[in-house]
Design a binder for this molecule. Structure first.
Ligand SMILES: [Zn+2]
Length: 374
């Protein structure tokens, strides 16, 4: 299985300039490649593959000699990225959706480039580490944890004026001992997460404070005049806060996921894709959505590593149905308690939903087997 390690880079001004340049040149190649595909398709109904485009790279370099300043495999990877966006486009088309045609990417939004196999080496590990990057130099890197497994790719990312190195590694799974427990979790309204065991997990205070500050900074940006120096400054502060919130969310999600996975062999969660489709969330705070998505992603990812099972269930009516007797008990979003007039069950609304999610998850995981046995 694959695992990503992200570390902060501390390039010199000169190195950062080369990295900015690399992103810029990659964006040019990407957009040109996209235009070429479009043209081929519209004029000749031919679809180019990544391989076709990579073959054309020498000609591109001749036309734009600056491209020679970029490590060759990075340029090849640009075409693979483009190919991936086309594959996604065709896949969604096939599934009956109406996806947008792959878009041109403005250079300022082209924020990363990838060494797909070689061209980099870790010269020194640890917080005072050094990472050698072909055509860029030896860059300071803060490796705050060891990299396990075999490194497959390295992506250099720019975010809020900072640079990061993301290593994707192939690692061995390390299954946890079986516990015999299962749980359902609801991405709640009263709290961030409710479990079917009755536990309510709120967002930590430092995260709530950071989210509040994020909102203030968003308002500050919208008040500043477009194109002004003060707006630019405010935008940078906003980006930094975004990054901080994202990091805090990730740390917290890791903590919660770790605990849930240690305690349970099977975890049932809402299928957030379906949730978003039926629009259940429209009334919930959108700021929570990011935290839920993060947690769901980490749970799925870590479950594989730990040999646990995640079951995604249809979220419809999980908060309305009674987990005790299955009768429908309509309630508004503001109702914090589930009180069933049919069987007398009374408990937190989110815990009731979590129980429904658990039941559906168990049905999905074992339902067939039970039916076979009976
Ligand atoms: Zn009931």
């Amino acid at each position: 299985m694959l695992k990503t390690y992200k570390f902060r880079l501390y390039p010199t001004e000169e190195q950062a300039q080369i990295m900015h340049n690399t992103c810029f040149l990659c964006s040019i190649l990407y957009n040109r490649g996209l235009a070429m595909r479009k043209e081929k398709w519209e004029n000749e109904k031919l679809s180019l593959s990544a391989y076709d485009q990579i073959k054309g790279l020498p000609a591109e370099k001749e036309e734009t000699p600056f491209l020679n300043g970029v490590y060759s495999q990075i340029l090849q990877d640009v075409y693979r990225r483009l190919d991936k966006s086309f594959q996604n486009f065709f896949r969604r088309l096939k599934e009956g959706e109406e996806p947008g045609y792959p878009k041109f990417k403005p250079a300022r939004k082209y924020d990363s480039f990838t060494y797909p196999q070689s061209g980099f080496s870790i010269e020194k590990e640890g917080r005072g580490g050094r990472l050698k990057l072909s055509k860029i130099g030896t860059v300071k890197i803060k490796m705050h944890r060891p990299v396990c497994g075999k490194i497959k790719t390295l992506t250099i990312r720019r975010r809020a004026g900072r640079w990061y190195a993301c290593f994707v590694c192939e690692i061995e799974a390390e299954p946890l001992p079986k516990t015999g427990n299962s749980t359902g979790i609801d991405f709640g309204i009263n709290s961030l997460v409710a479990t079917s065991d009755g536990e309510l997990i709120p967002s930590p205070r430092n995260l709530l404070q950071s989210e509040a500050k994020l909102k203030r900074l968003q308002r500050a940006v919208s008040r500043k005049k477009k194109g002004s120096r003060r707006r630019k400054k405010a935008v940078l502060a906003l980006q930094k806060q975004h990054e901080k919130v994202a990091n805090q969310r990730r740390d917290f999600a890791f903590k919660v996921a770790r605990k849930l996975l240690e305690q349970n062999d099977l975890i049932a969660i809402e299928d957030l894709q379906v949730t978003n489709m039926v629009g259940n969330r429209r009334l919930a705070k959108s700021i929570h959505d990011a935290a839920w998505n993060k947690l769901a992603t980490i749970l799925e990812h870590k479950a594989e590593e730990f040999g646990r099972t995640i079951v995604k269930v249809n979220p419809q009516n999980t908060s309305q149905d009674c987990s005790g007797c299955c009768e429908k008990v309509p309630k508004t979003l503001s109702a914090r308690q589930h009180n069933c007039p049919h069987c007398g069950l009374s408990l937190d609304r989110d815990v009731n939903a979590a129980l429904n999610i658990l039941h559906r998850g168990l049905d999905e995981a074992f339902g067939d087997r039970e039916a076979e046995a009976s």
